[in-house]
Design a protein around this ligand. Structure first.
Ligand code: ADE
Ligand code: ZN
Length: 278
């Protein structure tokens, strides 16, 4: 398995920020972390649900300021992924986690894209997917899409992430329709913690090309049949599901059931600096 060539289709680049780099970037940028050692950071990575993780994830990414920071983050991930046999990677980024702190959009997309271009020289192909934070408003997602317009040559698709329950896909119907009109591919986190209804909405309202997670689709046979009939891929993240208590233990993970049901379930990392794996 270690030697096999791999594709990574569900990776939040900010979720690959290892504590060591968090410290290095904090120092470079003159910032003080809430933790005083790498061990203390790692010890804080005990989560009982998605929101527990997100609170720490947004705090961690606050060390990312400059174009070079985003380059270094992405380059480190790509070197590690290449060592694991990754040949193709589709990377999510969360621009609103940065622009809300005053970081220019260009720093974010510029640094990530420069590292992807460099990795392409080493034979790793890639795509970039811009995610909207679903706990924020659709108007804020629209403003983010506006900011992305000058960079669309670097961005292949748009996604939907962050706190799922209470923020159904239909909240973002208009911005995703506009993104589709711009020629962007559409994905969405759905059915990670949210109910099957959110997966239906991802299909019928957003018109997704792929579903991120999709675990809870298994609760609805008609939904499973629909996903199979549409030939849609699920980007499943078993270690993430374990760490965020979506599953009780890894043996209880539904990956096998997904495959048996005819779903195109793939195995991915999500946020490997926080969940382990890669
Ligand atoms: N952002 C980063 N990781 C995420 C996840 N697993 N679910 C929702 N939003 C996220
Ligand atoms: Zn994710």
């Amino acid at each position: 398995i270690a030697a096999l060539p791999k594709a990574e289709l569900h990776l939040h680049i900010e979720g690959s920020l290892e504590p060591e780099m968090m410290f290095a970037l904090a120092q470079r940028n003159g910032l003080k972390l809430a933790f005083d050692s790498v061990e203390a950071i790692r010890a804080a990575y005990e989560f009982s649900n998605l929101q527990d993780f997100l609170d720490i994830y947004y705090q961690g990414m606050a060390v990312l300021l400059t174009e070079q920071d985003f380059f270094d983050l992405t380059a480190a991930y790509l070197h590690r992924a290449a060592a694991d046999g990754v040949r193709h990677v589709e990377i999510f980024f969360d621009p609103q986690g940065h622009t809300a702190r005053g970081v220019p959009f260009a720093n974010v997309v510029g640094g990530i894209a420069r590292a992807l271009a460099e990795a392409e020289q080493r034979g790793i192909t890639s795509r970039l997917i811009m995610c909207f934070l679903r706990h924020l408003s659709e108007a804020e997602a629209e403003a983010t899409l506006d900011e992305a317009l000058p960079f669309l040559a670097l961005i292949h698709g748009v996604g939907l992430d962050s706190s799922e329950v209470g923020h159904p896909p239909e909240k973002f119907a208009r911005v995703f329709a506009r993104a589709r009109g711009l020629g962007l591919k559409i994905v969405a986190h759905a059915g990670e913690e949210g109910p099957p209804a959110y997966v239906w909405q991802a299909l019928d309202v957003l018109g997704v090309d792929r579903i991120d997670h999709g675990n809870r689709a298994l609760e609805d046979d008609a939904l499973v049949s629909r996903i199979v009939a549409d030939n849609l891929t699920l980007t499943v993240c078993p270690l993430s599901n374990l760490k965020l208590c979506v599953v009780r233990d890894i043996a209880a993970h539904p990956l096998r059931r997904m495959l048996a049901a005819g779903l195109r379930a793939t195995v991915n990392s999500d946020d490997p600096a926080y969940f382990g794996g890669y």
